[in-house]
Design a protein around this ligand. Structure first.
Ligand code: FE2
Length: 218
């Protein structure tokens, strides 16, 4: 073997070993310890009026012929504890702006239209293995002040007896406004990726986003 080739070989072998060891360690760590999902402020637009339909399909209000305006998307995820065990029967309370960035809330000052066919709010549960799923529309960005536009996001409140209740906001990948959002950019660099969902493909022409949530035991 020529020297240069041997050097390359040795180098890649050593590096390969390091990478493999890292993967093993990471794999073991991910089983043992998850990072808690960072909390975020509740914001001013939690629904004030109860509504009959709060099911997993926010694109369709029961009894309405038309679906919500906007791009339909699917959000899936798993709720776990710090050890990666699924948490069943967690209550997942979700609310968001419609496709035009307007909340169904009496104090939302955004002049964009309300969507009478958008449910806007859901309360669902995780299954026996901690999984959850809902269908909604991509929320619009909206002005929070003259100099600040909030990127598309979904508000979450996740609760389960025996765990700290988590209030947070889920963001979408590849959104330019994520970079200038005061809330998201105030998070540590290590926390931000935990608050941004991953696009994991498509189902029936709808983009599917994965957003996993880690709760802390009391
Ligand atoms: Fe919001």
């Amino acid at each position: 073997m020529r020297d240069i080739t041997r050097r390359k070989f040795i180098k890649s072998g050593v590096l390969g070993g390091i990478v493999a060891a890292g993967l093993v360690t990471c794999g073991r760590m991910s089983k043992l310890r998850q990072i808690p999902t960072p909390p975020e402020v509740e914001g001013p637009f939690y629904p004030t009026e109860d509504q009959d339909d709060k099911d997993y399909d926010l694109t369709q209000i029961e009894g309405h012929k038309a679906a919500a305006a906007g791009t339909q998307i699917i959000i899936v995820g798993r709720i776990t504890d710090l050890a990666g065990n699924g948490i069943d029967q967690a209550t997942i309370d979700i609310w968001q702006a419609n496709t035009w960035g307007r909340y169904h809330h009496p104090r939302d000052p955004n002049p964009q239209p309300l969507d009478p066919n958008f449910q806007g709010w859901a309360i669902i549960s995780s299954d026996t293995d901690g999984n959850f799923r809902f269908k909604t529309v991509m929320p619009g960005a909206y002005p929070a002040s003259e100099t600040w536009t909030r990127p598309p996001h979904i508000h979450f409140k996740v609760s389960r007896q025996g765990y700290d209740t988590l209030i947070t906001q889920m963001y979408f990948p590849n959104e330019k406004l994520n970079e200038t959002d005061y809330l998201l950019s105030n998070k540590k660099a290590s926390e931000r990726p935990l608050m941004i969902a991953r696009n994991i493909g498509e189902e029936e022409d709808k983009a599917v986003y994965e957003y996993n949530i880690v709760l802390i035991k009391i």
